[in-house]
Design a protein around this ligand. Structure first.
Ligand code: GLU
Length: 294
């Protein structure tokens, strides 16, 4: 009798988990920000990526899972949420695939070009700065957001107030990211600590092993808002980081289609809705940047 009750209980728990994983709601609670109902009869003529998606019947999207407010996976519900995730879902829906037809693949900054060019993801949405260097190996739709490099320090830190105060300080960032390259290029410090994820850097900051974490302000604000009693973002931003949707370098048909999807979302208010319910929750106003079609 006891065992049977346990089995029934476990089955119910499993059902709940499955339902959560597919509901597509942002922030781990509540309703989806925008409709993720799949569009019918979509064609993207000449796109090999779209052909692969159609054959598979599922979309594989590269994301981050440890950046709160942007691309975040709740460890309890296994649910993804954030601005990047909503953009990823919007694109999938407009390509004809609802949230239950999406497979997320977590790809760290340093592995993005390799993963995309090998075709292991159909597209990538994860704080991915568009630049000429990366354009040699992948292509980008967008930008769909513009961030800027900033600094995260311990709440009680008083000596780091901007990028010019980093000399001799231990500064942590992520391998293969534009911010770590900028710290090197501008020789902001010679004590650079490098990890695969920003979460590792934030852990080091909290335990006092490093003095600052540097990357896009949008990412840093997410960590600061999770632990406001321990962390703060300081100083002015010191770069421009236009976020693009990364994809196969030669798939100009898909790039054009995704740009059309973004443009429509800018015009009909969908982008604004997504922003207001994710990154904009902290109060900062935002508007979509002009697309750079190429
Ligand atoms: N946007 C920057 C980049 O693409 C930093 C954030 C990240 O590493 O994803 O390198």
């Amino acid at each position: 009798m006891k065992l049977r009750a346990l089995v029934v209980g476990l089955a119910a728990a499993a059902l709940t988990l499955t339902a959560c994983g597919q509901s597509g709601s942002p922030g781990g609670a509540g309703e989806p920000v925008v409709s993720s109902a799949p569009e019918a009869n979509v064609q993207v003529a000449g796109s090999t990526t779209f052909q692969n998606i159609s054959q598979r019947g599922r979309v594989i999207i590269g994301v981050k899972d440890d950046q709160p407010g942007l691309g975040f996976k709740d460890a309890t519900t296994n649910q993804f949420s954030g601005f990047d995730i909503e953009i990823a879902r919007l694109v999938a829906a407009k390509l004809g695939y609802g949230p239950d037809k999406i497979d997320y693949k977590v790809v760290p900054s340093a592995a993005r070009e390799d993963t995309i060019s090998r075709g292991e993801v159909d597209y990538y949405v994860g704080t991915y700065t568009i630049n000429d260097n990366r354009k040699q190996r992948v292509s980008f739709a967008g930008p769909y957001f513009v961030a800027g490099q900033g600094l995260l320090v311990a709440k009680n830190n008083t000596d780091i107030t901007g990028k010019d105060k980093l000399t001799g300080k231990k500064v942590c960032s992520v391998t293969g990211s534009t911010p770590i390259q900028r710290v090197r290029d501008q020789k902001l410090t010679d004590q650079i600590v490098e990890f695969q994820t920003y979460t590792q850097c934030v852990d080091q900051l909290i335990s006092g092993q490093v003095d600052a974490v540097t990357t896009d302000d949008a990412i840093l604000k997410g960590y600061a808002s999770q632990q406001p009693d321990k962390l703060k973002v300081v100083g002015d931003t010191f770069s421009t980081e236009p976020y693009g949707i990364g994809m196969n370098k030669d798939d100009s048909a898909l790039r054009g289609k995704v740009n059309d999807i973004l443009q429509a979302a800018y015009t009909d208010g969908t982008w604004q809705k997504i922003y207001d319910n994710t990154l904009g929750k902290s109060g900062a106003a935002g508007s979509p940047p002009p697309l750079q079609r190429y």
